[in-house]
Design a protein around this ligand. Structure first.
Ligand SMILES: Nc1ncnc2c1ncn2[C@@H]1O[C@H](COP(=O)(O)OP(=O)(O)OP(=O)(O)O)[C@@H](O)[C@H]1O
Ligand SMILES: [Mg+2]
Length: 271
């Protein structure tokens, strides 16, 4: 059974898509079969993975029932299977809103992938609308992405309300994995204060691994090269985050396979 992990936040630009892109890459290096679903009409995830922008079918086709999920898988150059998105997804979201069982659409559509992968990432758009709700109903786990800023706390609280709604209703088994600082400059007092403030609210749910802020992420995205290869020194942040997420997912075998890559060994792809 594939574990499904939704990455979400209440607002835009918190590093969700960058997190999905690199956690997926780290998990692949740890020997897991990994897929990622782009649920954002902006199509950033598809872009970061260098999937052909004209690739079809897309997640839009899957959600409107015009294609099966398996047919919409496109293997990215580094080996992760991606169900891409483009602007047509915005129209599909509107169409979906008027349908019975609209919150269950993605969950049903992804069922056939259960035997094909170990982990499926769901990259949510920057709002808590129907596509994010579909992700939370399809997911086994939810990970919040946050910038280490003072207002992170408010965004986390709003996202948690939506996770609670999913748990109270259609997906009682959904597990909140935690919050990760996916863009952080811990050299500043502001970021360290934000960390302390959030820790007071969420306790151990705040992951220890922190992704340092760096312009190299923009370069990595532009070149569609994983940060683990582009800047192995920074890539260590994502390997450490992947290790912590694997621990929380209960995947000790994969953690053992990731261990040799931690602390500097990340640049050598295990492929
Ligand atoms: N650790 C980081 N340091 C600096 N910049 C980063 C970092 N992580 C991501 N970025 C950059 O921040 C921008 C937003 O990142 P990303 O697309 O991952 O966020 P997002 O939360 O998915 O955004 P959206 O809400 O629009 O979907 C991108 O330009 C990305 O390259
Ligand atoms: Mg995004």
């Amino acid at each position: 059974m594939a574990l499904k992990l939704a990455v979400l936040s209440q607002k835009g630009g918190t590093g969700k898509t960058t997190a999905v892109r690199h956690l997926a890459d780290a998990f692949r290096r740890a020997g897991l079969g990994v897929a990622a679903v782009d649920l954002d009409p902006q199509g950033n995830l598809s872009d970061y993975f260098d999937v052909d922008p004209e690739a079809e079918p897309t997640v839009r086709d899957v959600l409107v029932g015009a294609a099966k999920a398996k047919a919409a898988l496109h293997v990215a150059p580094d080996g992760v299977s991606v169900i891409p998105a483009n602007l047509q997804l915005a129209e599909a979201e509107v169409a979906l809103a008027g349908k019975m069982g609209r919150e269950l659409t993605l969950r049903k559509a992804l069922k056939p992938l259960d035997d094909a992968f170990d982990v499926i990432f769901l990259d949510c758009p920057p709002n808590l609308g129907l596509l994010t709700v579909n992700a939370l109903v399809a997911a086994d786990f939810a990970l919040l992405a946050a910038e280490a800023q003072y207002f992170a706390r408010q965004g986390v609280e709003q996202a948690l309300e939506v996770i609670e709604l999913a748990r109270d209703g259609l997906n009682p088994d959904l597990v909140w994995l935690g919050v990760a600082f996916t863009i952080a400059d811990m050299r500043t007092v502001h970021s360290r204060d934000a960390q302390t403030a959030l820790k007071e609210v969420v306790g151990d749910k705040l992951l220890d691994a922190v992704v340092r802020q760096s312009i190299a992420y923009a370069e990595s995205a532009e070149r569609a090269v994983s940060i683990i290869d582009h800047r192995p020194d920074l890539g260590d942040d994502y390997l450490a985050l992947a290790d912590e997420v694997l621990e929380r997912l209960g995947l000790p075998e994969a953690r053992r396979r990731l261990a040799p890559l931690l602390d500097g060994g990340g640049g050598s792809p295990a492929r």
